[in-house]
Design a protein around this ligand. Structure first.
Ligand SMILES: Nc1ncnc2c1ncn2[C@@H]1O[C@H](COP(=O)(O)OP(=O)(O)OP(=O)(O)O)[C@@H](O)[C@H]1O
Ligand SMILES: [Mg+2]
Length: 343
């Protein structure tokens, strides 16, 4: 990791420590033991703790886990979740590839990856069948983290793909042909359900849906679940919604806890116990070309993403060994009825 990571920024988040909504009554409450009184000392101590925790081993999957981060609703935290989970997993020693499948290129920006128009990108992979290995770049800040960037060209791919052979499975083929060992592939989808998202759903086995704890949080989710059903039925029988993550949770508002409750009652076990708090540090990090994990590792946002990554890593093992333990969404028929319920 870069040695100049800002571990003691000018301000720390009001809430150090990962949060669950049960602990989220008051966002100004601290959840870690008392420490050095000065803000800088406190931030440094939190950072050391965060990185110490990150250094602990996490189970590595036996096979590459390909996770599609999707929600056609815009601005719910897909990109933020993709890059921060990826960085957290890589800090635990996993080899992680982020595929930026959004023409906005936000994931590439957040990972500090050059993605101006001439850079070899995921567009070349999808449209010109260029090998994925020729576009993947290492993320300088975080060892073991790689990114296949998106350039603005990708905006045209949605149309260009329509007339192509195997238009839905071009990303799947590219990933299958990629020879470097990987523990995780995280695919950041655009806020739409077009051919780019379909390519992601065909390539992956797991869907991770970030849900913003705001009014109308569940609106449109039925459509996404229906698409997951369709892709599973016709193109990718392994596809399932494995993970729901509550984002931008603000424990001060009753609305956030109501939304969290509603999501948990709809989706049961797939919802991660850890939710991601609304945090200024999370939103600042991309403008420095960094994830919050390197930008401010001791902040509440970083700690929450590290904790969420830990849950995901352990769930992967549990899912592998105890398939019957799947919650409502783990079962195909239940996923189907869920899609209908949310229409
Ligand atoms: N936990 C958080 N706290 C504060 N701001 C956040 C948080 N998560 C995301 N944001 C901010 O919210 C905005 C939307 O987040 P993000 O870009 O991750 O969403 P998205 O779902 O990828 O959006 P799009 O649909 O446009 O791709 C960004 O400005 C981001 O910095
Ligand atoms: Mg995005």
């Amino acid at each position: 990791m870069r040695s100049d990571a800002n571990i003691a920024g000018p301000m720390t988040d009001p809430v150090p420590g990962p949060r669950t909504e049960s602990a989220g009554e008051d966002v100004s409450r601290e959840t870690l033991p008392p420490m050095d009184d000065t803000p800088i000392g406190r931030a440094a101590q939190l950072a050391v703790e965060a990185l110490g925790r990150a250094g602990e081993g996490l189970p590595r999957p036996e096979q590459t886990r390909i996770m599609v981060v999707a929600n056609q609703k815009g601005g719910v935290g897909k990109t933020t979740t993709t890059v921060n989970l990826a960085a957290s997993l890589a800090l635990h020693g996993a080899r992680v590839l982020v595929i930026d499948l959004d023409p906005q290129g936000n994931a590439s920006t957040a990972l500090g990856i050059d993605h101006h128009a001439d850079v070899p990108s995921i567009y070349d992979v999808l449209v010109d069948s260029r090998p994925l290995s020729e576009v993947v770049q290492p993320v300088l800040d975080v060892e073991g983290l790689f990114c296949a960037p998106a350039t603005i060209d990708l905006a045209g791919a949605e149309i260009e793909l329509v007339s192509m052979v195997a238009r839905e499975s071009r990303l799947q083929r590219a990933i299958q042909a990629y020879e470097q060992p990987l523990d995780y592939v995280l695919i950041d989808c655009p806020p739409s359900l077009g051919l780019l998202s379909v390519n992601a759903l065909v390539a992956g086995a797991e869907v991770l849906i970030p849900i913003q704890c705001e009014y109308y949080a569940l609106e449109g989710l039925g459509q996404l679940l229906k698409n997951v059903d369709l892709v599973r039925g016709h193109l990718n029988p392994t596809l399932h919604v494995s993970t729901i993550l509550l984002t931008m949770y603000d424990g001060r508002t009753r609305l956030a806890s109501q939304v969290a409750e509603e999501v948990r009652s709809h989706f049961g076990k797939e919802v991660l116990r850890t939710s991601i708090p609304r945090s200024v540090r999370i939103s600042e990090a991309p403008s420095y070309g960094q994830t919050v994990i390197t930008y401010d590792p001791g902040s509440s946002g970083a700690l929450s993403y590290i904790e969420a990554a830990r849950e995901i890593a352990f769930r992967g093992v549990a899912v592998h060994y105890e398939p019957q333990q799947h919650g409502r969404l783990g079962h195909q028929n239940n996923q189907h009825s869920m899609a209908e319920e949310l229409q």
